[in-house]
Design a binder for this molecule. Structure first.
Ligand SMILES: [Zn+2]
Length: 685
């Protein structure tokens, strides 16, 4: 994935900007532009701090709304997309009784209406999940643990580990059973061990949060406090056996294919066939990839050694935590109070936004079809494809002329590029929701039914051919991704609108944003520190000559050092290793997008200055404005640990200060802050 997974965000535009626009009568917001010169701060030199130059005018005026952890591009675009989705949902909800009972529109309407029915939700309190909780209270033998874990996992509760039929890394045409680590309530394993007062306070807050849920569910204070301590103890043990995020970026560290017999030998105490049966898996599981073997071994020992009371507390807490956002106000507020420690948000999102985002996450393809019909004309798809075609051609040229790459590696890289798939806009085939069950409430059970539907759709995939038409994100999403195991880039319609892209904007702007920041970025993920380990078909295979690998690793280490030197917030530095792949992709995307722009200018003709800037200058401004983001400090602190993307100011200034064409476009000189010394500039793309 490329873009930070931002919370979806609400637009606030300085009044001065709003007043300058002409169409504010029909829309609450001024139209977004790919390059908007009103956001710039030209009192700062482009050669001193380009992020400030491109975005400083906006940053100076922006106030992050209370319900958000950040503001900027993604939030502004999501706001507009959400208005479209909202109209679809409200329409379906209002007329649902007149719609065919088994049809998808009726299900959408019922889903949204039951989520919006706050009266029924308040009256219900914790009643909708009482049956789950009673079931967990009755787990009095160890033999019952695995079936209960499986039952919760089907309903979408993240406990212990995760069964997931994913692409086989050694036969990318087929699905294989994967077992992944999981089951933690804090945002990352590191939170369980980080020393210091701030980390201690987070752990204390977590224990208090868990205890609060138990009290809300009817436990007495002493029992709730005891259960919360047990939850932290069990999770700390799971966290100790978990790989770090940096370790998990290395495909070799999570590549442990084994037969059923080897799996049984690794974890003699886990009755895998019984567990798989409890998950509703009917196909024989003859092999699996255990992403983190030490983790499942830890689970095996905990299943036998940890007290049953501790297990009951752990499973109960996660069941409540999963349901809490969809129960009555005390649960919702406790959920928000805890999460906002990590996001910095000061207020809950309005209910309609929470419901809309849940519907998008749970049954998003049902929404996507209606979204496309309303907002994504075929011309926009064709124009976006033309930009992406130029990106592919430009990267091919780069590969052909790389001096450090051997011909043998080059031939395979060219093959990988030629076979790289792309999905633009929306799926060719929409998901069939005929087996989804949606009832007139309680809403939380509709959420668990949607999870169960998704489970049933995928649980029996091991051994069967990979569905190459499937999408990993929904159509209205403001995001994109590269999937190494399918060797494909995916750009949903929700991302192919202003500010990312405007079919009517100039090439400089579009190639900087959609070209460099999105398409070029995603494409080079196929060749970054992670993606380069996969071949043209998506198989995990080392196709690099050793000398080429060595060059890449050495140069990537320079990128790591560059970003390690940047301050993220307070005394925290950016984690250069965690963000290495994204930083290489940003830089490679910029170089490729620049070449693609030159192709377009040669082909289509060079315009004169637009709003006072050359096409090349608008290219770099377009890139920088695609990272127009303003973060709360809490969010920046959390991102140090969990986010493989560096803060946006460094996603702008970091790669640009390595690029000679940037210095040339703005007349920057050696010694300027935006021009790094030549001997420190890595050579990859
Ligand atoms: Zn990326």
């Amino acid at each position: 994935m490329s873009r930070a997974r931002f919370a979806l965000l609400l637009a606030v535009v300085p009044a001065a900007l709003a007043a300058q626009t002409s169409d504010t009568t029909s829309s609450p917001w001024p139209p977004l532009k790919v390059v908007d010169i009103r956001w710039m701060d030209t009192t700062v030199s482009a050669c001193t701090d380009f992020n400030q130059f491109a975005n400083g005018g906006w940053l100076a005026h922006d106030t992050i709304p209370a319900a958000y952890a950040s503001s900027g591009v993604t939030r502004d675009m999501s706001d507009r997309n959400e208005l479209v989705v909202r109209s679809v949902l409200e329409d379906a909800a209002a007329h649902r009784n007149a719609l065919p009972p088994r049809g998808t529109p009726r299900k959408l309407g019922t889903y949204y209406a039951t989520c919006m029915d706050s009266t029924a939700i308040e009256t219900g309190g914790a009643t909708p999940i009482r049956r789950w909780l009673r079931g967990l209270d009755s787990v009095t033998t160890r033999a019952r643990l695995l079936p209960e874990i499986a039952k919760l996992q089907i309903l979408g509760v993240n406990v212990v580990f995760r069964y997931s039929p994913d692409v086989d890394p050694h036969d990318a045409a087929r699905y294989l059973t994967w077992l992944y680590q999981g089951g933690l309530g804090l945002p990352d394993r590191d939170y369980y061990f980080t020393p210091g007062a701030a980390a201690d306070s987070t752990r204390d807050a977590y224990v208090a949060h868990v205890a609060k849920y138990f009290r809300l569910a009817g436990r007495d204070s002493a029992g709730a406090g005891r259960a919360a301590t047990q939850v932290l103890a069990l999770e700390t043990s799971l966290a100790q056996a978990s790989l770090t995020r940096v370790e998990r970026r290395d495909p070799a560290k999570t590549d442990h294919p084994m037969s059923a017999a080897q799996l049984a030998k690794l974890t003699p105490g886990i009755a895998w066939p019984r567990y798989f049966r409890s998950l509703g898996v009917r196909v024989p599981i003859t092999k699996a990839n255990v992403a983190e073997p030490a983790f499942v071994q830890r689970v095996d020992s905990l299943l036998h050694a940890a007290p049953l009371a501790t297990w009951r507390a752990y499973l109960t807490y996660h069941a409540i935590a999963t349901a809490a956002p969809w129960l009555s106000t005390p649960f919702v507020q406790e959920d928000f109070a805890f999460r906002s420690r990590f996001s910095g948000a000061r207020a809950l999102l309005p209910r309609w936004k929470r419901c809309l985002q849940e519907a998008d996450g749970d049954i998003g393809e049902a929404l996507g079809q209606a979204y496309v019909a309303k907002t994504f004309p075929p011309e926009a798809r064709a124009r976006a494809r033309a930009v992406i075609d130029d990106i592919r051609a430009a990267f091919r040229e780069r590969l052909l002329h790389l001096t450090w790459m051997s011909d043998s590696t080059r031939a395979q890289a060219l093959d990988k590029l030629a076979r790289m798939g792309e999905k633009i806009g929306y799926p060719d085939r929409w998901r069939d929701y005929s087996r989804l069950r949606v009832a007139e409430g309680p809403f939380v059970l509709n959420v668990s039914q949607a999870n169960a539907f998704e489970w049933e759709r995928t649980a029996n995939r091991p051994g069967s051919p990979v569905d190459t038409t499937e999408w990993g994100i929904t159509v209205p999403t403001v995001n994109a991704y590269y999937d190494p195991s399918k060797n494909e880039m995916v750009f949903p319609a929700g991302a192919l609108v202003p500010q990312t892209f405007d079919p009517n904007a100039d090439d400089g702007a579009n190639y900087g944003s959609l070209g460099g920041s999105w398409a070029g970025h995603e494409l080079t993920h196929g060749f970054d520190d992670e993606g380069r380990h996969y071949d043209a078909k998506g198989n995990l295979r080392d196709w690099w000559q050793p000398s080429d690998s060595m060059h890449f690793v050495e140069q990537a280490a320079l990128v790591e050092q560059q970003f390690d030197s940047y301050i993220q917030i307070d005394t925290f530095h950016v984690n250069g290793k965690l963000t290495e792949g994204e930083n290489i992709a940003d830089w490679g995307g910029l170089l490729t997008g620049y070449d693609a722009l030159q192709r377009a200018l040669t082909r289509d003709g060079r315009p004169g200055l637009i709003e006072g800037y050359t096409p090349e200058q608008r290219y770099f401004i377009g890139y920088a404005q695609s990272w127009r983001v303003h973060n709360r400090p809490e969010r920046l602190r959390t991102r140090v640990t969990v986010d493989p993307h560096a803060p946006e100011q460094w996603r702008v200034n970091g790669p640009l200060s390595n690029i000679a064409a940037f210095a040339q476009a703005f007349g920057c000189k050696d010694g300027d802050p935006m021009v790094r010394p030549k001997d420190k500039i890595p050579s990859i793309w």
